[in-house]
Design a protein around this ligand. Structure first.
Ligand code: C5P
Length: 231
């Protein structure tokens, strides 16, 4: 069987990353976290340029020494030879990432890198080395980066479910004050992101999976069912 490309988009707190990793691990596929690339670009931009200077950020990102690890069980992110897996998840980076992601030249450069990785994992080269394909997740994978993917899924969840999940993830609690504290990280960011990427409604041909009332395993199974249906 030829390598498969699975594209998964969704808002913050939809469970996209953990579900995508599990799907990739289950099917023996590579895994690409494109959000991690925007986060790495933000770390690099903050370290080497002034984030307010779009031209300088673009130049920095074009020269960014980024290496993405594609193992779904341990997907690494390396910047200039250093493991930045934790740095890219800090509140400071989460707060600034939408600004960097709204820079269209940065988007063009990251799209180019993402296409390169997807082609490497699904093209002739992959066939030769026994590669089985890739799961790529983000905000614009089903629409811009890989509109030609074999499987395209929009993973959604109610605002309440997304706030609760992100709150548990970040604060280890989902009481009212913890949920309140994640609002900026979830709702404000989605609002900003939705100005440049289209992940709130499914594009033509994209299958919606709503995880509001599903637990983790059920969500993974629902996505796997779409994969089976479509491929
Ligand atoms: O998925 P994650 O929350 O890690 O994404 C971080 C940020 O990267 C998003 O808030 C968005 O600004 C940006 N992003 C994007 N396009 C993608 C993936 C992420 O603009 N395909």
């Amino acid at each position: 069987t030829s390598p498969v490309v699975i594209a998964i988009d969704g808002p913050s707190g939809s469970g996209k990353s953990s579900v995508s990793k599990a799907v990739a691990a289950r099917l023996g596929l590579a895994y690409l976290d494109t959000g991690a690339m925007y986060r790495a670009a933000t770390v690099w931009g903050m370290a080497t340029a002034d984030l307010a200077d779009a031209g300088a950020v673009t130049t920095a990102v074009r020269a960014m020494p980024l290496v993405m690890g594609l193992d779904p069980v341990a997907p690494g992110v390396e910047l200039d030879g250093k493991d930045v897996a934790e740095t890219i998840r800090t509140t400071e980076v989460t707060t600034n990432v939408s600004k960097v992601a709204s820079n269209l030249d940065v988007r063009a450069e990251l799209k180019r890198l993402q296409r390169e990785i997807i082609d490497q994992e699904s093209g002739a080269q992959a066939v030769q080395s026994g590669g089985r394909g890739i799961v790529a997740e983000g905000r614009d994978i089903t629409t811009v980066v890989a509109p030609d993917a074999d499987v395209r899924v929009l993973l959604t969840a109610s605002e309440e479910a997304r706030l609760r999940r992100r709150s548990l993830e970040v604060h280890g609690a989902d009481d009212a004050s913890a949920v309140e504290a994640t609002k900026d990280q979830v709702l404000r960011r989605d609002q900003d992101d939705a100005k440049v990427t289209q992940f709130l409604v499914a594009a033509d041909g994209v299958v919606t999976v709503d995880s509001s009332d599903l637990d983790f395993e059920q969500t993974v199974d629902a996505v796997l069912a779409v994969v089976t249906q479509v491929t």
